[in-house]
Design a protein around this ligand. Structure first.
Ligand SMILES: Cc1ncc(COP(=O)(O)O)c(C=O)c1O
Length: 415
């Protein structure tokens, strides 16, 4: 296989063969979490069977646990383009971000400024807003509500010589907008501030290169890219070494240990490595060559191209549904600026009603604000049930998009 073979992909994900009311399930809930390939399930089982232990012991299962942890750091380093000890594992992105914001808060002085955005998930907002307790001044960048893109002029205005940190999403988990995070980082660095990138939504949809972005931190959650529930954080070595974590005394003071508080989710880490291996393997099957980093970079570009085709079909079909309001970038020539995640409302139905009607037909979508609370408030939909979110990933098919469009069309027109 030298092209993208979606049936080969799907055959590796056992969850995708489930049915609902006699219909094959359609998983359009990826932005909330993705399904996992069989090898991830096997890796978790294998860890628990052969290696289950705590760390740094003088016996076999403990040594295997140490190897499992090291392998997971190497795998994520290849995914992100950094060194293994610049990867911190944690429970999820939210917890990791609260942890880092608390540590950065130790260096914040009254009058220091932090720049946030209205487009972000609340996990890249509230942990920073909490630093108001330390006297930080929080500034919030607005969006253009016509296409749900970040107002870059406003961002430039909000960054001042007092700015200590700019926190921005790589892509919006609600409307799919991709932000120019390298440019945001450049603007932050120009005033001596750090950048904190939330790549949770972007990660399953395209290659990430933290060195090219030059960001100071970048967080993402493997459960959004075909791995088990876990969170990961890239931090520049100098920051992970300099900042002071809140930690227990006997725990190691080296990086990344000093940031990985308590006993880790070892079986989850085994699953993360297996998910990265799955992606690298898919890279090889789609014709890529080179080391694992090269395979990952290539496969994520292949996935991006495949998803681009699906989102063209999805958005053009949605725009034909009577009474449908579409939020976000809709022009095909601008689809390089978005992920295949879209949010809509349909006149006469709450988003929950739509999600339930689709759910009865075996089609899984999300409704509400998906924690992008500033955005739903800015769009004026928070009080009205938010929006219906349809999220595609690389295991979705053109037939599934057709099923969604037909079903939503029926519900919208009451047929
Ligand atoms: C863009 C974005 N950021 C942050 C989060 C929070 O991630 P976690 O569940 O790992 O805390 C999510 C989860 O949906 C998300 O979509």
């Amino acid at each position: 296989m030298t092209t993208f073979d979606v049936s080969l992909v799907r055959s590796q994900f056992p969850a995708l063969s489930q049915t609902v009311n006699g219909q094959p399930a359609v998983f359009l809930d990826g932005p909330g979490g993705t399904q996992v390939p069989q090898r991830v399930i096997d890796a978790i089982g294998a860890y628990l069977t052969r290696a289950n232990s705590n760390t740094h012991g003088g016996f076999l299962t403990s040594q295997r646990t140490d190897e499992t942890i090291e392998a997971a750091h190497r795998a994520m380093a290849d995914f992100l383009g950094c060194d293994p000890d610049e990867v911190v594992f944690g429970a999820n992105m939210t917890s990791l971000t609260f942890m880092i914001s608390r540590s950065i808060g130790r260096e914040i002085h009254p009058g220091d400024e932090i720049v946030l955005t209205r487009l972000d998930h609340d996990a890249n907002f509230s942990p920073w807003k909490a630093l108001e307790e330390r006297g930080a001044l929080i500034k919030v960048v607005d969006i253009d509500i016509e296409d749900c893109t970040l107002d870059m002029d406003d961002l430039r205005r909000q960054i001042t010589p007092k700015t200590k940190l700019v926190a921005v999403g790589y892509a919006s988990n609600a409307v799919g907008t991709i932000n120019d995070v390298a440019e945001v980082t450049r603007l932050a660095h120009a005033v001596g501030a750090m950048s904190y990138i939330d790549a949770v939504h972007y990660a399953p949809h395209g290659p990430i290169d933290v060195r090219a972005i030059d960001c100071d931190f970048l967080a993402c959650s493997p459960y959004k890219f075909f791995a088990p529930h876990a969170g990961t954080l890239y931090g520049k070595r100098e920051h992970l070494q300099r900042l002071r974590p809140y930690k227990v005394r006997p725990a190691g003071n080296e990086i990344p240990d000093r940031w990985e508080t308590g006993t880790k989710n070892h079986e989850g880490m085994a699953g993360v490595t297996a998910a990265i291996e799955y992606l690298a393997d898919l890279g090889q099957k789609t014709g890529a060559t080179g080391d694992r980093r090269a395979l990952l970079h290539s496969v994520m570009s292949t996935i991006q191209a495949y998803e681009r085709g699906l989102v063209v079909q999805l958005i053009s079909g949605l725009l034909e549904i009577p009474g449908l309001t579409f939020y976000g970038i809709r022009e095909p020539e601008r689809f390089g600026q978005r992920t295949p995640t879209v949010s809509v409302r349909v006149e006469g139905h709450t988003p929950r009603e739509l999600a339930e009607a689709l759910g009865e037909r075996g089609i899984f979508t999300w409704d509400g604000n998906y924690y992008a609370l500033n955005l739903t408030e800015r769009l004026g939909v928070e009080e009205r049930g938010g929006m219906l979110r349809i999220g595609l990933v690389h295991y979705n098919t053109a037939e599934e998009v057709d099923r969604l469009l037909a079903a939503l069309g029926e519900i919208a027109t009451g047929r």
